[in-house]
Write a protein that binds this ligand. Structure first.
Ligand SMILES: NC(=O)c1ccc[n+]([C@@H]2O[C@H](COP(=O)([O-])OP(=O)(O)OC[C@H]3O[C@@H](n4cnc5c(N)ncnc54)[C@H](OP(=O)(O)O)[C@@H]3O)[C@@H](O)[C@H]2O)c1
Length: 248
């Protein structure tokens, strides 16, 4: 349960090795934080003893976004073992290189980024509803606000994830459970290593600070950095010819 000043006790990160996910946990450190659960593909490779999030106990558990039939049982098992989940961060995802020429790679990306987001989102929502409190933080992307030719498959998966998350938030209204949809721009993380910074690039800690602020305020949608709300409010209506020219 969050304490009176909305500080969580238990945080679950789905995709627990994510740079942004771990930065979010760091931003949520407080005396109240007791447990951090990192759900990762290879728990044996995660050295939890070398990590510190305040005084929280850290555990790594097995999780694969593609293994949709396991997601309900995973969330139920974690709730049985660790009690209420106050904040759950949906941080898994891949950028991939899928484009015009590889339907199989594109479908696999959709499986991870979108289908996995749907199955984990519903599994987490069921638990948060049962608790009557808790927030699912969904790492969407501005890439889904308007898809670009250069990464339209990735962008489409984030558009789907974003639409699902905002709709889920509406469906949960009044239950005590909440969804916060986060739309970062370019973030300097493992996912973007080797790529040139895009305009308005930020670090994982900047996204994390925006997420922590959003949780304190009870925001439904957070842009990181905040100026992207205005930038994409305009860009989404730019003529197609202009939009294609910007994608270079
Ligand atoms: N970086 C950006 O510019 C940016 C911008 C907007 C939104 N986002 C979104 O933010 C989220 C976090 O990205 P990040 O920047 O922190 O990248 P990151 O450090 O590469 O984290 C991505 C995470 O996804 C995990 N993952 C990949 N496939 C998985 C699977 N099948 N099952 C479970 N976990 C899987 C990875 O685990 P492994 O360690 O096993 O590979 C890794 O922990 C993603 O959803 C991304 O789309 C990123």
């Amino acid at each position: 349960m969050n304490n009176a000043v909305k500080q969580p006790q238990t945080v679950l990160v789905l995709g627990g090795t994510s740079d942004i996910g771990q930065a979010i946990v760091s931003a949520l450190v407080s005396p109240a934080l007791r447990r951090v659960i990192l759900a990762v593909r290879h728990p044996g490779e995660v050295d939890v003893d070398s990590m510190t999030f305040g005084n929280a106990d850290i555990v790594a558990v097995a999780f694969d976004a593609k293994d949709v039939s396991a997601h309900e049982a995973l969330v139920a098992d974690l709730a049985d073992r660790f009690g209420d989940l106050d904040v759950v961060v949906q941080a898994f995802g891949q950028l991939g290189a899928a484009g015009l020429d590889d339907p199989v790679a594109a479908a696999e990306l959709a499986q991870i980024n979108y289908v996995g987001a749907v199955s984990t989102g519903l599994a987490v929502a069921a638990r948060l509803r049962a608790q009557g409190h808790g927030t699912l933080v969904v790492l969407s992307s501005v890439a889904g606000v308007r898809t670009r030719a250069s990464n339209f498959v990735y962008g489409s998966t984030k558009a789907g994830q974003d639409a699902f998350a905002t709709g889920l938030g509406h469906a949960l209204h009044g239950s005590g459970a909440k969804v916060m949809t986060v739309r970062p721009g370019f973030v300097r993380s493992a996912m973007t290593t080797g790529l040139d910074d895009a305009p308005f690039a930020v670090d994982p800690a900047d996204v994390a600070e925006a997420v922590a602020r959003g949780l304190r305020r009870g925001s439904a949608v957070v842009w990181a950095p905040g100026v992207l709300r205005i930038v994409f409010g305009l860009l989404r209506y730019a003529p197609d010819m202009v939009w294609r020219k910007l994608d270079r």
